[in-house]
Design a protein around this ligand. Structure first.
Ligand code: ZN
Ligand code: ZN
Length: 446
């Protein structure tokens, strides 16, 4: 048995750092235990508690993190791991336990990290079998799902099985699990895929200056701006790996209340981002600002798509009216199929209504939402179901509301506009809250 202790004293200026604590794991180690203690929980006179978490790396790369969870103790054997961390061979060599200082308020913060390496055999240390479930491809169609959720591997309340149950209870066709800075729940998550549920692996890069989603990955993604990396670099790495990159809740409340939650990357407005989550959780003013930002970026000539996500951290209680699903046209009912539809923007976000659209240009070319019409005039014919009394349809061209329609009994509407670049359609309830927003259809002008 070997015990290594690291201690430190930090001040407010140490906020948003990644503090390395390197130790060596010799041959023959059967278990690693790491304990973190820190004080004070909240400095006198400060409005918010200090927030730190541990990220663990072996000589091969990330072994996980448990972001924003009060339990920061880690235990690894060759086959088991605490929530947030990956089981697997305890590789001999240099390991690093990193203290991520998301928020330090006050100038008297102390911490101790105690690492214990044990060569004692661990009884019953057997591999856990998570056989991935399979889904029969139903072929082309419109599929509904949630692209942003969390479990107790980070700061969520649900375990992975309960999260899968949420997807079944709400009749979702697909669900993405995007825990903060770790992919540790994904092996179990994939075991819940079946003919009625496509599971999409992911990770929420929970940086100090904004959050973003990597969707369609089982691999840990570097989320830190270390070794000269910029956010555009991190995004490019994610896209090069084949995953889909989404800026999350860009207009969220930020520091110090929700530290790092607001998008503050000046070199990524939107930079190389192909997508932005404009509807996070229940509809609110910050989401409205997200839509305005999305429209601003479209007007600046960025071809992007928008997404929604509940950002679920606990089982939804009662009515979740106001949260949106992504309704995606996919050629295949599979994770790859859903992601391909999302990439093309063949999707809309809805808190209830369903929309059927026929879009064409003056030359008779037809398009799906998200596509580009070769001509410059967009003729639309729209049928909205689940319309409620007081709901209105807004027709948006280049970010401007060009028409507000209160539908008649048939709930079918048609018209023709000549936007410079793009058009979207929104449904609002009588209080003005968003009930549905489509991705843009683009025209070939400019
Ligand atoms: Zn977030
Ligand atoms: Zn989240």
């Amino acid at each position: 048995m070997q015990t290594i202790e690291f201690t430190g004293k930090l001040t407010e200026s140490d906020t948003k750092r990644h503090l390395s604590h390197v130790f060596t794991v010799p041959e023959g180690v059967q278990s690693i235990t790491i304990e973190l203690t820190h004080a004070p929980h909240k400095a006198p006179g400060q409005p918010y508690p200090n927030q730190v978490s541990l990220s663990l790396f072996d000589s091969n790369g990330s072994r996980g993190a448990r972001h924003n969870n009060p339990d920061q103790s880690i235990r690894l054997t060759h086959h088991t791991a605490s929530k947030g961390y990956l089981p697997g061979t305890l590789l001999p060599g240099e390991w690093d336990v990193v203290l991520d200082t998301h928020r330090i308020l006050g100038d008297d913060f102390t911490y101790t990290i105690t690492v214990t390496l044990s060569e004692e055999e661990v009884p019953d240390d057997a591999p856990i079998d998570h056989t991935p479930g399979t889904t029969v491809d139903r072929g082309p169609g419109w599929y509904r799902g949630d692209l942003h959720s969390h479990t107790n591997h980070t700061d969520g309340k649900l375990d992975v099985a309960e999260l899968a149950q949420y997807a079944r209870d709400f009749k979702l066709d697909f669900l993405a699990l995007t825990d903060h800075n770790t992919v540790s729940p994904l092996a179990e998550f994939y075991s819940y895929a079946n003919d009625d549920l496509v599971t999409i692996g992911g990770m929420e890069l929970t940086t100090y200056y904004g959050h973003c989603l990597a969707l369609g990955t089982s691999e840990w993604q570097e989320w830190r701006l270390v070794k000269g990396l910029t956010m555009p670099d991190l995004a490019q790495r994610i896209m090069d790996s084949g995953a889909f990159y989404v800026i999350a809740h860009p207009r969220s409340i930020g520091d110090p209340r929700c530290t790092g939650c607001r998008w503050e990357f000046d070199d990524m407005m939107p930079g190389n981002a192909p997508a932005v989550e404009v509807w996070n959780g229940l509809w609110n003013e910050r989401n409205a600002e997200g839509v305005a930002l999305f429209y601003e970026w479209l007007n600046a000539g960025h071809r992007m798509v928008c997404t929604a996500g509940t950002d679920l951290h606990a089982y939804p209680r009662g009515n979740i009216r106001g949260a949106a699903v992504n309704v995606v046209y996919a050629e295949h009912y599979s994770a790859e199929g859903i992601l391909a539809g999302l990439r093309k923007g063949n999707s809309y976000l809805s808190a209830g209504p369903m929309i059927e659209m026929k879009l064409s240009d003056e030359n008779g070319n037809v398009a799906r939402i998200g596509d580009t019409l070769p001509g410059s005039n967009v003729s639309y014919n729209i049928t909205v179901s689940e319309f409620e009394p007081g709901d209105t349809l807004r027709v948006i061209a280049d970010g401007t509301v060009v028409e507000t329609i209160t539908p008649d009994g048939s709930h079918s509407m048609s018209g023709r506009y000549a936007p410079n670049r793009w058009m979207t359609f929104e449904v609002h309830d009588k209080a003005g809250d968003m009930r549905l927003i489509t991705n843009p259809v683009f025209v070939n002008r400019s």
